[in-house]
Design a binder for this molecule. Structure first.
Ligand code: SF4
Ligand code: SF4
Length: 357
């Protein structure tokens, strides 16, 4: 069965104010308010961008959602989880301070920031899912305590999964630290000594101290590596490899199953927004200012996390000739995550697009 996906277009280079107006129109047209009741705790999942990132979703867009949720006399809060790697978002304190620095403060957005996985990323609950790889997944506990969930995902390319949008924001973004590690466990990278420049950046970012400097090049200790993929992401010399096809596919399938876990007990209480603005080759975890690789398209919304991601790929292909994943990481097949999510019953790759004026 097809799902509805709503689209409010924005002009290329739309201001944050224009984007906020667009998300407000979408909220109304899709009747998101009908998913929220008075006095409910409403989690708004965001990604505030790593330090140095400039292309994350604008706080004005999130502020508009907060305003709308408050209109239902419910209690919205912004939420996120700690990262595996050593950036500025590895624990609650640094993460919240960075969020404030990027404009996601209570004064600007109108809602508090509550880390869904506690102070250091281990506040979790195990939930049962009808998965093919996992029958139980570890999810950030406060998400399970929320009554309703709005997910705001920035569509970008992604080094491990081809592209990242709603499924990734749910699956990786709402897993506890242990859950994230479990998803990444299929990735076992190696350094190519011919390409390594011994710059040391991968060692600085590795959360497990699994990278040693040896005479000719850096070297990854396979027994210490947790497969988080950060070394892959930060190496500027393309010196870190893994088995893209096989390992990426496994990561995507696992991520889709975790996404399903993040949605348990929230039937009829979720809505998913994908922001197709400032789309970049890498995700917002990159600690750098990236250039956008596509013109801005607009904001998509759906009650179906699979359909909204499918529409994201289709619309970017329409505008850019190739979809966001093919433009970013052409050797990866992002359909693995969508097909797997569909197979386990999370949603549908078949959808009908409704354009909102
Ligand atoms: S980041 Fe890349 S080039 Fe630098 S030390 Fe690590 S593998 Fe070598
Ligand atoms: S070596 Fe392993 S643990 Fe360290 S950054 Fe790379 S993938 Fe992550």
């Amino acid at each position: 069965m097809s799902s509805w996906v709503y689209l409010v277009e924005v002009r290329d280079g739309a201001t944050p104010k224009e984007q906020a107006k667009a998300v407000g129109r979408l909220y109304e047209a899709a009747d998101v308010a009908s998913r929220i009741s008075q006095r409910e705790l409403v989690a708004i999942k965001v990604h505030v961008g790593e330090k140095g990132n400039r292309t994350h979703v604008r706080p004005q867009v999130v502020a508009e959602l907060v305003r709308r949720v408050k209109g239902s006399r419910a209690f919205p809060f912004l939420t996120e989880t700690s990262t595996l790697y050593r950036g500025q978002r590895g624990n609650a304190i640094q993460h919240i301070l960075l969020a404030h620095g990027h404009g996601f403060s209570i004064e600007r957005v109108g809602a508090p920031f509550v880390m869904a996985d506690g102070l250091v990323g281990n506040t979790e609950m195990e939930v049962e899912i009808p998965g093919e790889l996992h029958s139980r997944v570890q999810i950030a506990r406060e998400i399970l305590a929320a009554d309703a969930l709005l997910v705001v995902s920035h569509a970008t390319g992604h080094i491990g999964t081809g592209f990242g949008a709603c499924i990734k924001n749910l699956g990786m973004g709402l897993a506890s630290r242990a859950g994230k590690m479990r998803q990444h466990s299929s990735i076992m990278p190696q350094v190519d000594p011919q390409k390594c420049q011994l710059c040391g950046k991968c060692r600085k970012w590795c959360p497990k101290g699994a990278i040693e400097e040896r005479e000719e090049s850096s070297y990854i200790l396979q027994e210490a590596c947790i497969g988080c993929g950060q070394c892959l992401a930060v190496c500027r010399f393309d010196a870190i490899r893994y088995n893209w096809g096989k390992e990426s596919a496994q990561l995507q399938r696992s991520m889709a199953e975790y996404a399903m876990g993040a949605l348990v007990h929230k039937e009829g209480k979720c809505f998913f927004f994908n922001v197709l603005v400032d789309m970049t080759k890498e995700c917002d975890c990159m600690p750098t200012a990236q250039k956008k690789i596509l013109p801005d398209i607009g904001i998509l919304g759906s009650t179906d996390p699979v359909a909204v991601d499918m529409a994201t790929l289709d619309l970017t292909r329409e505008v850019g000739g190739k979809d966001l994943a093919a433009l970013s990481h052409p050797h990866l097949d992002p359909m693995v995550q969508l097909r797997h999510a569909e197979r386990i019953g999370m949603g549908s790759t078949s959808y009908r697009l409704k354009r909102i004026d």
